[in-house]
Structure formats: structure tokens, C-alpha cells
Design a protein. Structure first.
Ligand code: IVH
Length: 706
């Protein structure tokens, strides 16, 4: 028999584990470490093992899953789970709003009064119903056909965000004898990505999207398997409520928004994006605003839901067939669509990288018509077991490049063909080779290959390199095809007559281009170096090299070992630099460019020389961001990306392109996207431009006063 002390301890452990779980999974604000949580958890497991009578139905120990079912039992919903009408256009929404106004107006009253609506995201997951009796979670079911669903109670218990019991003693938050909470089970985007990484590592099938992953995970007969899948839950309504005399909390509330606040107080996760708005304009503004933030939300949504806020008004409007008249779903354009894979082409990039590209039967997805999608590399085609002729699911989310997300194998025709990787470049007929250990195949043609030449010229001309105004991809295409230009140096020898003869090129635009080329001659060593397009030498490495060596000749002749002394230059980068400058034709191009009049100020004293003679150097105090890695994301209100970067680098920061555990600061502007999410997830400090400027100014004031 458990002693009274054991009984108290078990209750205390449950209460603390519930509290920590709530803070971690619902509030995303944990106060204990995972290890501390595990310690408490195992203590409770041990107590319950010794005294099974201590294991209550709502014990957190049930969260790890249990016995294996033969099948799911049927559950008849006390209150049917309905569906929602859909709106796709502003006009559809206007009609919805008009119908609501007409339905609510007294017979001869005017229908102009604006209605108050509760708006929330439309979660892209699976609808479920949770039954609580006397505050304890007793049964959970899928929607099924709306009338009868499947009993997935054991699986739902593994979802940490679903409370196993309602907070009992938090007067006046009493709950009814029976309460059904309705909501959506889903998988957060970050958890989905991690799950697919794991599947890949195990060589198992990838999930197409978070919704499929959530559905597959919830319908496991072995709840231990569900417990391994990171599912989440959001509540958006209630079903049956019995003994509501006791449901003071709910009775005192007369609107959807108030009910949602009550659910939140009962510790159900509810959307932080929920808003109350007025009238049609309010609805449409909400739709736009959530649409803009869609990519940055931690979960997938496929639209927003509008509900007439007042319960009395809801009741008056009632239902049509199986959907409420008082609510509708305003859908976003679908991000996934099914289409046919007609063929696979290959594209040749600047460094010769061969990228297979899917040619698709045009399909409307993510708001545009898509007829090509990247397939990344040959390995990806094999991994997805993609064949020409297959029916595929194409995905285009936000501004990202369209992708083939999955194959519908059931629809594969008998004559579907496997993709055969080319052995020769389609542009220049050079050999295609794939080095040991690399995933990417490359054309070996170098600048002999017109495709690589075009990309190299575009790289050279871009704003962050030589900044040649007016030289875009169409023009590069033309001047290379007309054989006016082979190397970057040829650009500086272009003449007006030759240019003006190109199709669609008048004298005026030709002379504008020549002006742009002329202006680009004044540059910096770092930009020039970056523009050369040496493999692995990005903008930041080019800057480090320029800073370290101070002049181009020193870099051209630097032995491998010396290159390694430069910040962030490792063996791969050093080898790539040596490869490039050891090639005679590359050195020739560089010389020709200088002969064409490209100039920059060579540093009077490079770090290298300074190091050799420290006595001469005026050692500066370490900058504000010395040794710190900073990532910029979004649009800053006043500084351009380049300017911000320059300021940060001047203060000693290393400006990186992606957020990782090593990132010290993220500077976020408007419409910051996945990088900001990542930063929040990894708990990296996030500041805005104003804070950055303030920090820089304060530091420089301090420096001056010292
Ligand atoms: S309210 C009377 N709110 O959309 C129907 N549904 O087509 C009550 N859904 O099966 C549903 N997010 O799974 C509501 N914020 C939200 C929702 C939502 C997603 C799903 C739900 C339902 C479907 C209706």
C-alpha cells in the first residue's frame, strides 16, 4: 500500500509535470530543463509501478503510449462535427457578409449595420473532438463522416499540448460535467522538417506535407508510435456541453471570442492570431494580413475562418444542410497541385553544376501557373523514384522555387521511363563528371561552355560584384549567342556599333549599357574578387581575403598555407583559390581586366603586413560585434541590406546568411521570414534596426570618451 506521503507525492508530481508540460508545449516558455522534467517523470513512473492504484486516468505517464489496438472503435459524436462553406474571392466573402446581414436584420430593418466577426487561421490538419468528464479527458475521436468518428484516445493522450485534465481549483474557472472541445491536430513546420530528416536518415519514405504526416501519425494502432511523432493541437470551438449550470465560465460568455478566451484559460492551446473585426472590410483586411504572414507562421494554414461573433446571432442564422450559415472558410490559393511529369531537362549553372528540371503539364499552384520545377540533383530523382510519365504533386509555397513534392505511384503508367543522366553537357558537349562524395554532377567545359559563360558574366555584373547597370540575363544571352563576349574582359571592349546591331537594341540603350560598363571600372578589390566567381569564394570570403592581403598580386601568388591564415578560409577554399589562379587563362583574364582600366584603391597596409610588424599598428579596441555572428533578415526601415552589412562588418561582425546555433544576433526587418522563426526557435537574440543603430551609436560614443 502506498503511504500517505506517496499519495501526496504522486499528486504533486502530476501537478508539476502538467505545469511544466503546459509551459513548454502551450506557452513555449519552459522554466525547467528537459533533464529536470525527465527526473520528475521517472519518479512518477516508478511510484505508479510500485503502486498501480496511484496511476490515475489523467496521469502524465500515459503520454508515452501504451497497448496496441487491433482496430479503432467507433465513436458517435454527441453533436455532429460539421464542415464549413468556402469562399475563394472577395466577392464570395461579400456575399457571405450580405447573407449574414440579411439573416440578422429584422423584417423591415435595414441591413447596413456592420456585423462583428471572430476571425482565426484555418489550420491545415485534422479535426478532432475531445471529451472531458468532470474535467478529465476520457475520450477523443476523429471527425470521420461528421456523425461517427474513430476512437483515437490513446494516441491523443500522447499529444503534450492536449490537457489530460482541466485546472480544477482555479475558481471561477469551473467547467461543466461534460465538455467537448473541438479543434485541429497538426504538426508544426519545424517538427515536420525534423521528422523528414529522420525518415531520410533511416531510408524511409518521406511525408509529403505536415498534414499527411499528422494524419499518418494519429492513425497508428500502436500509440507508442504516435508518441514518437511531435503532434500539436489547437482548439477552435466546443461541441456538447452538459450540466452547463456548472459551466459558469462558458455561460457568462456570449460570444465566440469570449469562449475562446475561456478555452485559453482552461489551458487549451488557441491561436494567437485570432481577432475580432467589423464588417466586410475587416474580414478582407484580416485575410490579407494573415496571408502576408502565412509563410512565417509556425504551422501550415490553408485559409482563414470567419465566424459571426455573437452566440445569439449565430443561433438566429442557424445551419444549411451540414454547414453553419454564420461561418465560412476563406481559402488561400492551394500550394499543392497534381500534374503530369512530361520530361526532365538539365540546366547548367555558373560553376557547371547540372540541375535536372522537371517539365510539367502547366498547373495552377500557389497563385501562378507552374510548368517547371527544380529536381535539385540526380540523387533526389532516385530517392523519390521519379519516372517520366508519373503523376506528381507539385508544391509552390510563398516565393520559393516550385518543387516536385511527391509521386503518386498508384497512377504510374506502364510505359513510365526512368531518367538517364547525361554524360555530356547539352550546351557544349563537354564531359559531365561527378566527383567522389559530391551530390552534384558538373559540366567540365568551364568558360568554354556557353551556359557557364552566361552565368559567369551575370555573376560578374551583379550589383554585389562589379555592379554593371543594365546588364541583365536577356542581354547576356544575346551578347554571348552573338559571340560578342566570351570572357568578362570582352565586356570592356564592346563597341557601340556591334551592340546597336543586336535585336531590340537601339543606339540609346547600347550607349546606356556602355555607360554602365564604364562606371563599373571603379570598384573595390573585394567586389572584383567576388565577381571572378571562384568556387567557394563568396562575398564574405572575398572581403576577408581583400582585407588580409590588401592587394591582388599577393592573393594571386599566395601559397596554400598562407591562404589558410585568412579568417574562415579552410583547405577547400584555399585549394579552390589555388586552382583558379594556377590556371594560366584565368590569370590572363584578370590581367586583361586590369588592362581595360578596372581600378580600386589598394590598401596601404594589409592585415598581413600589419601582423608582420605589429609595432607599427595602431591596435583598435575590439569592435562592438567582434567575434559575433550576425544574420540580417527582412527589409530594414532605413538601411539597405548592403549598408547594414557594411556597418556590422565595420563593427567586427561576421555577417552570415543563415541562422544556426552559432548565430549571436538576428537583425530583423519587415516581412522577416523563416530566418526569424529559426532564430526564435533557437532562442537567438533578435533586434531591430533602431536597436542596432542605438547600439552602434552608444558604442561609438563610449569609444570616443575613452
Ligand atoms: S470551425 C461548424 N475553425 O475546417 C464547423 N474549423 O471545413 C466548425 N478548421 O473540419 C469548424 N481551422 O477541421 C473551424 N479555426 C477553425 C478551423 C477549422 C481548421 C477545419 C476543421 C473543419 C474544417 C471545416
Amino acid at each position: 500500500m502506498p503511504t500517505p506521503a506517496d499519495i501526496t507525492r504522486a499528486a504533486e508530481l502530476k501537478q508539476r509535470l502538467d505545469e511544466h508540460g503546459f509551459r513548454y508545449y502551450v506557452l513555449d516558455d519552459p522554466v525547467v530543463t528537459d533533464a529536470e522534467y525527465d527526473r520528475l517523470f521517472h519518479e512518477l513512473v516508478a511510484l505508479e509501478a510500485a503502486y498501480p492504484q496511484l496511476a490515475r486516468a489523467d496521469s502524465p505517464t500515459h503520454r508515452v503510449g501504451g497497448k496496441i489496438l487491433a482496430e479503432f472503435a467507433e465513436v458517435v459524436h454527441r453533436v455532429p462535427m460539421l464542415s464549413l462553406g468556402n469562399a475563394f474571392t472577395d466577392e464570395d466573402v461579400a456575399n457571405f457578409d450580405r447573407r449574414c446581414r440579411e439573416g440578422l436584420a429584422a423584417d423591415d430593418a435595414d441591413t447596413n449595420t456592420e456585423i462583428e466577426y471572430a476571425c482565426e487561421p484555418k489550420f491545415d490538419g485534422l479535426a478532432i473532438s475531445l471529451t472531458y468528464e468532470d474535467g478529465v479527458f476520457v475520450q477523443g475521436a476523429t471527425r470521420g463522416d461528421g456523425a461517427v468518428g474513430e476512437d483515437v484516445t490513446l494516441n491523443l493522450k500522447t499529444i503534450r499540448a492536449i490537457p489530460l485534465s482541466l485546472p480544477a481549483n482555479t475558481f471561477p474557472l469551473k467547467f461543466p460535467k461534460l465538455l467537448e472541445v473541438r479543434g485541429e491536430v497538426l504538426m508544426l513546420k519545424k517538427d515536420f522538417a525534423k521528422l523528414n530528416d529522420r525518415q531520410l536518415a533511416k531510408g524511409e519514405k518521406l511525408f509529403v506535407n505536415p498534414r499527411n504526416a499528422a494524419a499518418g501519425s494519429l492513425r497508428q494502432l500502436d500509440s507508442k508510435l504516435t508518441a514518437e511523432r511531435p503532434l500539436h493541437f489547437f482548439a477552435y470551438g466546443v461541441g456538447a456541453v452538459e450540466d452547463s449550470a456548472n459551466a459558469e465560465g462558458l455561460n457568462q460568455r456570449s460570444s465566440h471570442a469570449q469562449m475562446m478566451n475561456w478555452l485559453e484559460a482552461l489551458r487549451f492551446p488557441v491561436s494567437a492570431e485570432r481577432r475580432v473585426v467589423k464588417g466586410l472590410q475587416g474580414l478582407l483586411a484580416y485575410y490579407r494580413q494573415i496571408g502576408e504572414r502565412r509563410a512565417t507562421l509556425p504551422f501550415e494554414i490553408d485559409g482563414v475562418v470567419y465566424k459571426v461573433n455573437s452566440f445569439a446571432a449565430q443561433e438566429k442564422l442557424g445551419f444549411v444542410s451540414r454547414a453553419p450559415r454564420f461561418a465560412t472558410a476563406h481559402k488561400f490559393p492551394a500550394e499543392e497541385a497534381t500534374t503530369l511529369l512530361l520530361g526532365i531537362d538539365v540546366q547548367v549553372g555558373r560553376t557547371g553544376a547540372i540541375t535536372p528540371v522537371a517539365r510539367l503539364q502547366p498547373v495552377f499552384v500557389g497563385g501562378t501557373t507552374v510548368s517547371n520545377a527544380t529536381l535539385h540533383n540526380e540523387g533526389e530523382i532516385r530517392r523519390k523514384d521519379l519516372r517520366i510519365g508519373d503523376t506528381v504533386i507539385v508544391r509552390r509555397a510563398g516565393d520559393v522555387i516550385p518543387e516536385v513534392a511527391a509521386v503518386i505511384y498508384a497512377k504510374r503508367p506502364a510505359d513510365a521511363r526512368e531518367f538517364v543522366m547525361l554524360t555530356r553537357c547539352p550546351q557544349c558537349n563537354s564531359h559531365i563528371e561527378k566527383l567522389e562524395g559530391e551530390v552534384i554532377a558538373r559540366c567540365t567545359g568551364g568558360l568554354f561552355c556557353p551556359a557557364q559563360r552566361k552565368q559567369a558574366l551575370l555573376h560578374f555584373a551583379q550589383r554585389r560584384a562589379m555592379d554593371i547597370e543594365g546588364l541583365g540575363d536577356k542581354l547576356v544571352e544575346q551578347i554571348v549567342d552573338a559571340q560578342l563576349v566570351r570572357t568578362p574582359a570582352d565586356l570592356y571592349r564592346l563597341g557601340l556599333t556591334a551592340l546597336a546591331q543586336l535585336e531590340r537594341m537601339g543606339e540609346k540603350s547600347a550607349s546606356n549599357l556602355l555607360d554602365g560598363i564604364e562606371k563599373s571600372k571603379h570598384t573595390t578589390l573585394a567586389k572584383f574578387l567576388f565577381g571572378l566567381g571562384i568556387r567557394h569564394v563568396g562575398e564574405s570570403t572575398a572581403k576577408d581575403l581583400a582585407k588580409y592581403f590588401g592587394n591582388l598580386n599577393a592573393i594571386i601568388h599566395a601559397p596554400h598555407e598562407e591562404l589558410l591564415l585568412v579568417n574562415d578560409v579552410g583547405p577547400v577554399v584555399a585549394q579552390s583559390l589555388r586552382h583558379f589562379f594556377d590556371e594560366l587563362h584565368n590569370r590572363e583574364v584578370v590581367e586583361q581586366l586590369r588592362a581595360c582600366g578596372i581600378v580600386w584603391t589598394e590598401q596601404t597596409m594589409s592585415i598581413k603586413e600589419a601582423d608582420a610588424n605589429t609595432a607599427l599598428v595602431n591596435v583598435k579596441a575590439p569592435g562592438l560585434f567582434a567575434g559575433k555572428t550576425v544574420v540580417l533578415t527582412g527589409t530594414l526601415p532605413t538601411l539597405s541590406r548592403e549598408d547594414a552589412k557594411e556597418q556590422l562588418e565595420a563593427a567586427g561582425a561576421k555577417v552570415a546568411g543563415s541562422v544556426s546555433k552559432k548565430t549571436d544576433f538576428v537583425i530583423a526587418g519587415a516581412e522577416a521570414g523563416s530566418k526569424l522563426n529559426k532564430a526564435v526557435e533557437l532562442r537567438v537574440a533578435v533586434i531591430d534596426e533602431a536597436q542596432l543603430i542605438e547600439m552602434l551609436a552608444a558604442h561609438s560614443r563610449q569609444e570616443k570618451s575613452n
